[in-house]
Write a protein that binds this ligand. Structure first.
Ligand SMILES: [Zn+2]
Length: 429
């Protein structure tokens, strides 16, 4: 395949300025970048005037529900959703049924991913067998198949001694730990923040300190074990402050992620029991949003990850306390972050590319994708002046449990190129 893309404005993590240039893509690589490039014989030309070329996004926290819950999502539909949102690589969470806690299940999901899509699918493995927190999972066998991230996501590994033991053992082999931080004895029915909304609705909430306690506990365990710890979906101001304090000490390797919904929404959005805003960790307050945004800008939060968590419309139609936690995110993340932050100059494309493309790849020990000469083709074209309406027909996920359903936001992922394939080309672009 030969593709000449003319007059694209190129975004990178290194510079706030966009540089206009033409890109020539030949047989899966960006072979030339320059101005006034001629289309070689047999090349297709796309006029990208006004549009931005940037590396494919990478989402280090997705739930693809396979095996076990394919009515919500499967690896193929999850990958299709990723492409629709400009995401070319993902890390699956292991809270499937059976859980991804053994080399057999790891091999099965990786094979399924290989058959399903060219999207780069990695999987995390469980820390404990069945995520039950009682005995260690088959860590060594999973490592042999390339698993690097260990997590009991969905729950905290409550037994500190067991987690410390796992960290001492697996840390030596270059694996790292990702923590869902929630002190179990403080968790409500896992519905919402402990605050004005929980009092008004009469449902016991989960206080911010349930997260902050485990962020601090798990960093201390990682420090004792000499392991790398990654904190998942930070949702609280004091969680950010705790991370900042530990990062400034500099004697433990800790990274952290934040989800778009925790930057954009608060518990007030729940209104009268709207389950589209029910997720774990729950939505908190404006002050927490602001602290997370500051953390992304100053580097306390290393990366953005969506925690893409599909559930069926039926499940989400249950009453607020019974409906499952989670929102989808892959298809809406880039456009919603552009709409809320980049277009309003809260931060630039360089930060967004760093936090949602480069840093998540570095976390997984992959080279960041770059729009540069000689690099493998892994990029998208984004139109900042075109709107996207997130109706059901737009979605490629099997589920559409997102607060953005039916909403129109500024920005559009128009084209996705990965390797020798155009994975997405929006018809009306
Ligand atoms: Zn989680």
């Amino acid at each position: 395949m030969k593709l000449l893309i003319t007059h694209a404005r190129i975004a990178s993590e290194d510079s706030p300025a966009l540089t206009e240039a033409d890109l020539l893509v030949e047989d899966g690589r960006i072979t030339r970048i320059g101005t006034g490039l001629e289309a070689p014989e047999g090349a297709r030309t796309i006029d990208a005037r006004g549009r931005i070329a940037m590396p494919g996004m990478f989402d280090a926290h997705v739930h693809f529900r396979e095996p076990g819950f394919e009515n919500k999502e499967c690896i193929a539909s999850g990958c299709a959703a990723a492409i629709n949102g400009g995401v070319t690589g993902v890390v699956m969470m292991p809270n499937t049924r059976p859980a991804i806690d053994s080399p057999q299940i790891v091999a099965q999901v990786l094979e399924s991913a290989r058959r399903a899509s060219p999207v780069r699918v990695l999987t995390a493995g469980c820390v404990t067998k069945g995520r039950e927190g009682r005995e260690l999972a088959a860590i060594d066998g999973m490592r042999a198949l390339g698993v690097r991230m260990l997590t009991d996501d969905g729950d905290t590994t409550a037994d500190a001694a067991l987690l410390l033991h796992a960290m001492q053992y697996a840390g030596e082999f270059g694996m790292f730990f990702a923590s869902h931080c929630e002190e179990p004895s403080l968790a409500g029915p896992r519905a919402l923040n402990d605050g004005p909304t929980s009092y008004r609705l009469g449902i016991r909430g989960t206080p911010a300190c349930a997260e902050e306690i485990i962020i601090d506990r798990d960093i201390r365990l990682a420090r004792a074990a000499g392991a790398h710890l990654h904190i998942q979906h930070v949702s609280t101001r004091m969680g950010v402050e705790t991370l900042r304090w530990w990062k400034q000490r500099g004697d433990v390797r800790v990274t952290a992620e934040a989800a778009p919904h925790h930057l954009l929404f608060t518990e007030d959005n729940i209104g009268d029991f709207d389950t589209a805003y029910k997720m774990n960790p729950p939505l908190r307050t404006r002050s927490d949003n602001e602290a997370l945004i500051e953390g992304l800008i100053d580097g306390t939060i290393d990366l953005i990850a969506t925690d893409h968590a599909p559930h069926t419309a039926f499940e989400k139609s249950l009453d607020f306390a019974s409906a499952p936690n989670g929102v989808t995110g892959l298809e809406t993340a880039l456009v919603s972050l552009h709409d809320a932050f980049v277009s309003k100059q809260v931060f630039g494309w360089d930060l967004l590319v760093k936090r949602y493309s480069a840093e998540p790849r570095r976390l997984m020990c992959l080279a960041p994708a770059r729009v540069a000469e000689g690099e493998p083709a892994d990029f998208l074209l984004f139109d900042p002046s075109r709107d996207t309406t997130f109706d059901r027909g737009f979605m490629r996920s099997r589920s559409a449990n997102t607060p953005f359903l039916g909403r129109t936001l500024r920005g559009s992922v128009d084209l996705v190129v990965l390797g020798n394939e155009v994975l997405l080309e929006r018809d009306d672009a």
